[in-house]
Design a protein around this ligand. Sequence first.
Ligand code: ACO
Length: 325
Amino acid sequence: MKKVGIIGVGEYLPKKVLTNADLEKMVDTSDEWITTRTGIKQRRMVGRGEATSDLAIKAAKRAIAETSIKPEELDLIIVATITPDMAFPSVACLLQNALHAKHAISFDISAACAGFVYAIAVAQQFIARGGCRNALVVGAEVLSSITDWKDRNTCVLFGDGAGAAVLAEAKSGGILSTYLGSDGSKADLLRLPGGGSRHPATQATIKKRLHFIKMQGNELFKLAVTTMANAAQQALKRAGMECKDIDMVIPHQANMRIILAMAKKLGLAKEKIYFNIAKYGNMSSASTATALCEAVKEGRIKKGDVVLLDAFGSGLVWGACVIRW
Ligand code: ACO
């Protein structure tokens, strides 16, 4: 099996900023509540007419530009998203066309907030077994399109954005282990009920607000802490490592308190964790993707460092990945 590493990262965040003060004018909430309960101060929103593929294209171009690979040399494109431009074709195919990556296999992955980690694990398999030489992996979301702006329980949490990574064979280091899991018995805790084959769009589904995110936050909170801590331990075990060997953790950014509770369980210092939740909120698959990109650009991840990606989301799904940078 070939070793596989990440050779380029990129991100794109839409320009429009929605602050907690803006939300105070929309629903019965306060900057104080949002900040203390979640750690979020602001989030980005797409402009009119801007869709998930638009964000994915910009992030992908930035990641590719960091490598010597030309778009037409890409073998595989995987986009992790729960907010595709439309049910089909996939965002990955729209991206392939925009990049003129005419030789690439392209498909989307639906694994919510763990989507970027799932996509990295899948791309790694393709490259490690020799089926592909390289892969472009993107986490891109326009969560504002499925957010109920009248529901204070959820509308303060989410944002829009995209992050991308290019994977290729590595001479040394690279991805040391991956650990993925799922539990469909808890699917009801976080879902978008309307718009699929169960509840196709009708006037009734619109009236019942079924086309917006429904979430049982309290229950998810506890599961997120224990599941992310366990996923980290399992991925480290597979890599033959312990928590003390980690240089930087890139966790899914659902809630600052979830991340800190998970870190406490693992005995991890706050300095070893990368946060971008205050700026962007929860961007589902784009959260880990952009956090990884920013940690690299800011020099928080250096060559030779051991990096842990760790994510949890609707499904339920979870995934962790240990990388020697
Ligand atoms: N402003 C003010 N008050 C609010 C707001 C708000 N925006 N939202 C809720 N409240 C109120 C509630 O109505 C409740 O009031 P009550 O006690 O009078 O009923 C009170 O605040 C406490 O509500 P809780 O739900 O208990 O608040 P909690 O501390 O659990 O925080 C939160 C809620 C932030 C949603 C938290 O539970 C959370 O982060 N959950 C996990 C989310 C997650 O991990 N999702 C999975 C990944 S996301 C993905 O896959 C797309």
